[in-house]
Each structure stands twice: as structure tokens, then as C-alpha cells.
Design a protein around this ligand. Structure first.
Ligand code: AMP
Length: 591
């Protein structure tokens, strides 16, 4: 099967012929399809490798291609894409943010005339998680999806070849992904989160997508369409537990894996009971049709139920490789705001490695992790998924700072990422700050540092999320931390930070709170020179620690998800400013 065939089949057409072949050839057909997928994935990886060798040329060609295809859009006409060259583009077109597009996007959302924005139809308006700021609707097109899918396949290939020796005969993944039903814009264009929208669409439209899911994953396809995240995790776990041969676990974020494992910890008795008798517990929030479909996959399995019960009764430390002896890796994003959850996750994964394979946003795919063993995990920028520029960190406060091209980054320096995409964003500031830690051929390798939105910045001190997490990790042992967020306290003089923290033993820590918050302040002074200076002159007061009771952050998450965002894409805001969220946490303080 040729390089793009599998990807194109999924993104553009169904293929009942392949489904028929699979049905006829059974196990052999599956092995052949898995091998074909691996070949397609390897070709995609080779393509990325080749691109990194000529990153400068690939970037130039990509930008020229964008000029060509978008020349008749509103932005293309306004900025003369038909005549423009790269240097002119960089000097004449300003850096942008979402606000520069929101009116035009609204017009397309309401009226449907996509050609004002992009040259090909918009397949999805992706909702960014929005929990960290205002909801943004980012257009997605087929060309965009295809390149992202190719990068995604390359990541899977790296994982399988590195951790599982490319075992094609019996790969089985437990994919912790759930989707929310697609909504539609007034003009009838689907809208939803990136992961959610793409997957639910493929499963509903294409028989092949269902076949692929059945072959690759332990959960039957209907599980991926369960909107209620708790029930979805439960069903993924149920089918995963039934399959002793699971070789990998995957999810978008470490937070998703952690949540699933905690669901297991809470519900293991009920899960083993369901496995024993071959049923789906009545308490699950499933519609009748889904329940009936899933029930057909189940039958009593007393042997597995007994085996699992023995593991669970012994405790949950290092439980995953016990349940699944062939488990070779867990693939999920562990960097940035996911670090706190990956630290907690290691308690359950034991010796099984965590692989943070990709760095991607709704706006563009940015990088793939080609060095799975490297710590901290880092990403090689993929030169063909967007045209990249970088704003040096010291200039990120400027409105129109000069930028550096992809191949010209300096190792050791940090930058904000700027993308020009195939789907209508030009010189768009992503708000992510990364550090260049080396090069892979001509493409930089970057570590994710922080999101600008979450910077604590009362008086220019700019304390980033990674620094706050370092303060917490310095003060508490990693497995104690559950979650945190911060806000500013303006009602006191001097102003200060308030950190809301949930730990596994907040009650125990409560009586040492004064001491602990002093210690945290000392560590923060050590990690941030500017904060130390402001503290030394008493222009910022000592940070205040507020311990919240168990379950507060999962309740907060549930509340934020009510806005309609996908659980798979959720990121806890690290700086809260709205009074509703603040009051919500204030009401959960330990007495
Ligand atoms: P969304 O647009 O909702 O898909 O979220 C995309 C954002 O998630 C990015 O801009 C990053 O801030 C964050 N993100 C994505 N991948 C990673 C990663 N590998 N490490 C850290 N943060 C990431």
C-alpha cells in the first residue's frame, strides 16, 4: 500500500473492499493490514527525516505553496499573495493573534463562505480547549488533517519500533480517547475539538476506520463515541482489562491516562464483577443502542476476573505491567502543564516508559519526538506542517517583534512559536514558549517550557508554569501532588500570589501550612531572580498557600467541561482570574 493511501482512505473515503478482504482473510488479513499501516507510518517518518535534512528549502516551498493556494482568499488578496515573496511576507504582513481573525471567522461560521478564509472547504472548526482563555474556532481543512495524520503515524512508528520492536502480529493498544458529538455552525460546518471531531466523523462515515480501530485497539469502535467521559473511561478499561495482550496505552495527555487509572482504582470491584459475569454495569451513562452493541462483545470471563482481583487486592503501585505483562509503553503528552500528572502516573506505570510523542495544537502540528529516551522529552520541529518563525523570549512582550527562522535558532535560547498554516492563519502567535536544545539535521529540537497565558506577572517578574511546578516538586513529594492553580491577590498591600493546591494529604499538611508556604516562597526566590528582588524590596508579598479538599480539582474540571469541551483536550488553567472559578475554589478550602 502506498505512502498516503491509508491516511487518505481515512480522511477522504471509506473502503469497503479492504473491509471485505479483512472479513475473508481473518487473522492473516489483520496482520497484513497492520504491516501496511507500519509501512505507511515508516514512510511518513522517512519523509519527516528527509524534510529535516532540507528544512530551509522545505519551509520556503511550503510558504510559496501557501501563497499559491490562498491567493484568492481575503487575506491573500489584501496582502498580494499572487506577487509576494518570503522576505516581503515577513516584512509587510504583521504578526497576528486570534483577534485578527475572529470577525472573518465569525462571518464564515455564520455564512459558510469558506473561500474568504481558505481555498478548500473547511472540514471542521476546531474548538481550542478554551479553558485557559476565550473559545477560539480554528479552521481545519483536508490538507491540514492529512499532514497532521502523517506526523501522528510517524510518532506511532517511533514508539512501536523503539519500545515494542515493531511487533506487527499482536499489537494491541488501549486508546483512552473519547469524543463529544459534533455540533454544527449556523452554516452547517462541523465544530468540535480536534481529536473529538476528526475521530467521531471517521467512525461514523467510514467502515475502514471502524475496522482499523477494531484491529489496533482493545475497545470496540462504539466505545470511542461515548460522550460521557467517566463512562467512556470505564468501558475502555473494561475491554482493556479483558485483553491480557495489550501492548501499549495511548491518550492525548498524561492527565487522561491518570484519570483512567484513577477510575480503575475507584471502580475495580465493579469492573471485575462485570468481567466475571460479562455485562456492562447498569450505572453507566450509555444510550440503549450503544449498550446493546457493546453487550454483544462481552461474555463471562471468571478466570480473568479472578486474576485481576488478585492484582488489585495487592495494591496499585506499578499495577499496569502486572495487568498487562506485554505492556511496552504509555504514549501521552507528559510535558508542559502535563508534567504534574505524569509524575503522579509513574506510581502506576512502574518500569513501563512514558513516551511524549508529539507537540501539536489545533492551529498546527509542531513537532515529533524522535529521541524517546531523552529526558526531558523534546520535539523535532516538522518543517512541512507549517511555516515556522520564533520570537526570542526577551522580546515576547512587544507587539511586532522581529522573528527568527526555523533553521536559525540558537541552542540554549528560548522563543515563542509563530506559525503560518495551510488553513488560513498567517504569522500567528501561538503563545507557547519553547527552548531550542539542539538540532536534528537542520531542524531544531525544542523542549516545551510554558504558555504565555499562564505566566504569573504582577510587576514584570514573569514566573512561568514550569517554575511554579518546580517550587511544588521541591516542597512536596511528586506522588502527593494532585493539582494546582494560581491567582493574584490584589486586595492586600503588597500584592501577592495565591496558590490553590490539592494533595493526597492536604489534611495532614494543614497544620504546617504557614511553614510550607514560607518554604515555597524561599524556593521561588531561589528559582526566579526577579521575584526575589521584588520580595526583597517588599513590592510583592509572600505567596499564600490555600489547601483545598480532595476532589476539588476534578469538580473544577467537570465544571469547566460543562462549557462543552472534550475531556481529551482539557488543560487545567494555571492562572485564574474570573470570580466564578475563584469563588468555586474558595468554597472548597480546608477549614
Ligand atoms: P489545543 O489547541 O487545545 O489543541 O491545545 C494546544 C496546546 O496544548 C499547545 O499550544 C500547547 O500549549 C499544549 N501542548 C500541545 N502539545 C504539547 C506538548 N507536547 N507539551 C506541552 N504542551 C503541549
Amino acid at each position: 500500500m502506498k505512502q498516503d493511501s491509508i491516511s487518505e482512505l481515512i480522511t477522504t473515503s471509506g473502503d469497503s473492499f479492504i473491509s471485505f478482504l479483512l472479513w475473508c482473510t481473518g487473522g492473516t488479513g489483520k496482520a497484513v493490514l497492520l504491516s501496511s499501516l507500519n509501512i505507511a507510518a515508516r514512510t511518513n517518518l522517512t519523509k519527516i527525516e528527509d524534510d529535516t535534512r532540507e528544512a530551509d528549502i522545505v519551509q520556503t516551498k511550503l510558504l510559496e505553496y501557501i501563497f499559491r493556494i490562498q491567493k484568492d482568499t481575503k487575506y491573500g488578496i489584501q496582502h498580494k499573495f499572487a506577487q509576494i515573496g518570503i522576505n516581503e511576507f515577513l516584512s509587510v504582513c504583521p504578526l497576528t493573534t486570534y483577534d485578527d481573525y475572529k470577525d472573518l471567522i465569525k462571518e464564515v461560521v455564520d455564512g459558510g463562505k469558506y473561500s474568504q478564509l481558505v481555498s478548500e472547504p473547511i472540514t471542521l472548526f476546531q474548538e481550542t480547549s478554551g479553558t485557559t482563555g476565550k473559545v477560539k474556532l480554528i479552521p481545519r481543512t483536508n490538507q491540514f488533517s492529512l499532514r497532521a495524520l502523517q506526523a501522528f503515524q510517524a510518532v506511532e512508528y517511533v514508539a512501536q519500533s523503539h519500545f515494542d520492536n515493531l511487533n506487527t502480529t499482536c499489537q494491541k493498544g488501549l486508546a483512552l480517547v473519547n469524543t463529544t458529538p459534533n455540533k454544527f455552525t449556523p452554516a452547517g460546518i462541523p465544530r468540535g475539538t480536534g481529536t473529538s471531531g476528526g475521530l467521531s466523523d471517521a467512525l461514523k462515515k467510514f467502515k475502514l476506520a471502524n475496522d482499523l480501530v477494531s484491529i489496533k485497539y482493545s475497545s470496540p469502535p462504539p466505545v470511542f463515541l461515548i460522550p460521557d467521559s467517566e463512562s467512556a473511561y470505564y468501558c475502555h478499561l473494561l475491554f482493556g482489562l479483558l485483553d491480557r495482550q495489550v501492548t501499549n496505552i495511548s491518550a492525548n495527555f498524561a492527565a487522561n491516562v491518570l484519570e483512567a487509572v484513577q477510575t480503575l482504582e475507584r471502580h475495580w470491584r465493579q469492573l471485575t464483577e462485570d468481567i466475571l459475569v460479562g455485562r456492562l454495569h447498569e450505572s453507566l451513562d450509555l444510550d440503549v443502542a450503544t449498550r446493546q452493541k457493546l453487550q454483544t462483545y462481552l461474555q463471562p470471563n471468571p478466570g480473568r476476573a479472578k486474576e485481576l482481583q488478585t492484582y488489585f487486592e495487592t495494591g496499585f503501585e506499578g499495577i499496569l505491567p502486572q495487568i498487562w505483562p506485554r505492556l511496552a509503553y504509555v504514549q501521552c503528552i507528559t510535558t508542559g502543564s502535563m508534567q504534574i500528572y505524569s509524575d503522579a502516573l509513574r506510581f502506576y506505570t512502574g518500569h513501563v516508559p512514558l513516551y511524549s510523542g508529539g507537540y501539536a495544537a489545533s492551529e498546527a502540528w509542531i513537532g515529533v519526538n524522535l529521541y524517546p529516551e531523552r529526558q526531558p522529552q523534546a520535539y523535532v520541529v516538522t518543517p512541512n506542517t507549517a511555516f515556522f518563525e520564533f520570537v526570542p523570549e526577551k522580546l515576547i512582550d512587544q507587539d511586532q517583534p522581529p522573528t527568527v527562522k526555523l533553521t536559525a535558532l540558537t541552542v540554549g535560547e528560548s522563543y515563542e512559536v509563530v506559525v503560518t498554516t495551510l488553513a488560513g492563519l498567517y504569522r500567528y502567535r501561538l503563545g507557547d514558549v519553547v527552548k531550542c536544545v539542539g538540532f536534528h539535521n537542520k531542524s531544531p529540537m525544542i523542549e516545551f517550557l510554558y504558555r504565555r497565558q499562564g505566566l504569573l506577572n504582577l510587576l514584570g517578574e514573569k514566573v512561568s508554569e514550569d517554575v511554579v511546578l518546580a517550587v511544588l516538586s521541591n516542597t512536596f513529594s511528586d506522588h502527593l501532588l494532585i493539582d494546582y492553580t494560581c491567582r493574584y491577590e490584589y486586595s492586600e498591600n503588597p500584592w501577592r500570589y495565591v496558590i490553590y493546591l490539592e494533595t493526597k494529604d492536604s489534611e495532614g499538611l494543614f497544620y504546617q501550612k504557614e511553614e510550607i508556604q514560607h518554604q515555597m516562597d524561599v524556593v521561588l526566590c531561589r528559582l526566579s531572580d526577579r521575584y526575589r528582588d521584588l520580595r526583597a524590596t517588599n513590592r510583592i508579598g509572600q505567596l499564600r498557600l490555600k489547601l483545598v479538599c480532595r476532589g476539588s480539582f476534578s469538580d473544577l474540571k467537570a465544571k469547566l467541561l460543562l462549557r462543552g469541551y472534550s475531556d481529551s483536550q482539557f488543560k487545567m488553567p494555571r492562572l485564574i482570574t474570573d470570580s466564578t472559578t475563584i469563588n468555586f475554589l474558595e468554597a472548597r478550602l480546608l477549614p
